[in-house]
Design a binder for this molecule. Structure first.
Ligand SMILES: Cc1ncc(C[n+]2csc(CCOP(=O)(O)OP(=O)(O)O)c2C)c(N)n1
Length: 581
């Protein structure tokens, strides 16, 4: 008998992969995709899963596993697919042996991303088919469909989700794992060695396969028509399908489970049966533009936005012209992001701020060094970019120009793509100071291990890459390690290193405060000794507030006992009253 359970979208994808007989999964964390890999760990008896240093590596690992004959996958967020786009475009030509699926999560509404790009656009450019579920049940079941189609049509597939699906729950019907037999490895140089002569032929081949897949899309059960009242017809897919069903329960709907390639005949037929046709898709007009290119009259982005998430109310307003005040889908009180109390990044930024330094920033918790009162981070673009941005400035303006600049990068981000940029600095005789804010984890995405933490995704101990040694091995002569909370030493070292005419790396090593589960030290502020000078407030710790008379109060429910405020108080008004355990 089947078992029904409630699952998060990402949990359902992991379950789907297990049931589909996947044998290898490689991933790099990225909200909202991260939990797929974390849920996969429960199946480690049957399935190998790992964190790779970045998405390109993860994709190539999955390609290797597929070539060897097993079902394999790689997981990432939408911007991760950009990092993986080099293998993506080529494996699109190569095709697969064992089924190959990339799980890619988009983030309409930018809950936790640096841009709002639409993976379906990338997939179209790379000519990779895309499957998109609308709820947890489909998230699980469609994974199997993706693997079957991948093998049948010899194409890698993208399995696209969005934040709303990845992080909402739904009922799922559990099935047994399908034991998929490994396919024999076949040496096939024409298919798998992408040099021009072979790639030319493969391009012809995949154009053919795309047509075959588009033909098959006409009868795929995951593309379905729900015929109802014919005055309004809607073509939709993914999470927007749920909004359509809620706002327009009587409308006719063409629900697409495969969004690339599209079933043209099915769409034409559906269009011919309804009076007014809409395409409801979040982000880019991917379906809409294709449908319009076939001469079909359809309403889309003329009335719907290309930004953010949709909602049922938004559709009611746009289509039914109901007079509604549209609120954001989840209307929580505004809470700007802020570094946690006790975060080791705060003291680093405090010192940089004091020294009036600029930072070329990167992506991670430490991006919050851009926020007042620290306001040190001047740029943030994409993972690994801090070091190369600083390098570009130096090459443009000379070494004196960057003497009041540093690059700041986290440990996970350094291993992701920062390493290459540091290599570039050394190779090109650069000057400049790189600060690696090493908190021993991938903090921003929820504490995933990485190549320098000494633990694998499966929980096994492993060699921890030694970041200082790695920097020295690349030829950086000045590698200095400092405790992030030792602000006096930090100040001295930053002054010394930024004055050099060589590359230097300062590694501030202090674990993320949320990793430490021990009892915290307790500090109190003595109102009678407080001179209201505000020095202790400069780092912007959220555990510190001013009383009505201007003296300081430490909220002991928030304080983690890092001691930064105590080290800044010249009047002994802040006292350690109980040591940590
Ligand atoms: C290409 C890409 N992949 C993944 C992410 C998601 N992501 C944002 S920051 C980050 C790493 C943060 O870890 P670390 O550099 O160690 O800094 P911390 O947050 O711990 O301070 C990740 C994986 C992303 N934004 N871009």
């Amino acid at each position: 008998m089947s078992e029904k359970v409630i699952m998060l979208g990402n949990e359902a994808i992991a379950r789907g992969a297990y049931e589909a007989g996947v044998k290898v999964s490689s991933a790099y964390p990225g909200t909202p995709s991260t939990e797929i890999s974390e849920y996969l760990v429960q199946y480690k008896k049957d399935l190998y899963e790992e964190w790779a240093p970045n998405e390109k590596v993860a994709t190539e690992v999955a390609v290797g596993a597929s070539l060897s004959g097993v079902r394999a996958m790689a997981c990432m967020k939408h911007v991760g697919l950009n990092v993986a786009s080099d293998p993506l475009y080529s494996v699109s030509y190569m095709g697969v042996n064992g089924g190959l699926v990339l799980m890619v999560a988009d983030d309409p509404g930018l809950y936790s991303s640096q841009n709002e790009q639409d993976t379906r656009m990338v997939a179209r450019a790379a000519q990779v088919p895309v499957i998109e579920p609308s709820d947890s049940a489909e998230a699980k079941d469609f994974v199997k469909v993706a693997f079957e189609l991948s093998e049948k049509f010899d194409r890698p597939f993208i399995f696209r989700t969005t934040t709303r699906l990845a992080h909402s729950q739904g009922l799922v019907d559990l099935c047994e794992r399908e034991e998929v037999e490994d396919k024999p490895y076949e040496k096939n140089i024409r298919k798998n060695v992408m040099m021009p002569g072979n790639a030319k032929l493969r391009h012809i081949e995949i154009e053919k396969r795309n047509l075959e897949l588009a033909e098959a899309a006409e009868t795929l059960s995951i593309n379905r028509v729900e015929m109802n009242d014919t005055s309004i017809g809607v073509i939709t897919s993914g999470i927007p399908y749920q909004y359509v069903k809620e706002a327009l329960p009587n409308a006719s709907v063409l629900k697409l489970g495969m969004v690339n390639p599209l079933p043209r005949k099915m769409i034409e037929e559906f269009a011919s049966k309804v009076d007014t046709l809409y395409v409801v898709e979040e982000l880019d007009p991917v379906i809409e533009e294709q449908v319009k290119s076939w001469g079909i009259k359809v309403i889309g982005k003329e009335i719907f936005t290309v930004q953010g998430e949709y909602s049922a109310n938004m559709l009611r307003k746009a289509i039914l012209k109901e007079d509604l005040e549209i609120k954001a889908p989840a209307e929580a009180p505004q809470r700007p992001p802020i570094l946690c109390p006790g975060c080791p990044h705060r003291s680093v930024y405090y010192v940089l701020n004091k020294l009036k330094m600029h930072a070329a920033g990167d992506i991670g918790c430490y991006t919050l060094g851009a926020v007042a009162p620290l306001s040190v981070v001047d740029t943030t673009m994409c993972m690994g970019s801090s070091i190369s941005t600083l390098h570009g400035m130096e090459k443009a303006k000379g070494k004196e120009y960057i003497k009041n600049w540093v690059a700041v990068i986290g440990d996970s981000t350094f291993l992701h793509t920062g390493v290459n940029s540091l290599m570039n600095m050394v190779y090109n005789n650069a000057t400049g100071t790189v600060m690696i804010l090493d908190n021993s984890t991938t903090g921003m995405t929820g504490h995933q291990d990485h190549a320098a933490t000494g633990k694998t995704l499966q929980g096994d101990p492993t060699y921890a890459i030694d970041i200082p040694k790695l920097c020295r091995a690349m030829g950086v002569n000045n590698v200095i390690e400092v405790n992030a909370f030792d602000i006096a030493t930090l100040e001295k070292v930053i002054k010394e290193e930024t004055a050099r005419d060589e590359v230097s790396v300062i590694i501030t090593k202090s674990p993320c405060v949320l990793l430490d589960k021990s009892k915290k030290p307790l500090y109190i502020a003595h109102e009678d000794k407080c001179k209201k000078c505000g020095m202790c407030m400069k780092p912007g710790c959220p555990a510190m507030t001013r009383n009505a008379d201007g003296t300081i109060h430490i909220d002991d429910t928030m304080c983690t006992g890092c001691g930064l405020c105590e080290s800044l108080c010249k009047f002994d008004a802040i006292e350690l009253v109980k040591a940590g355990e």
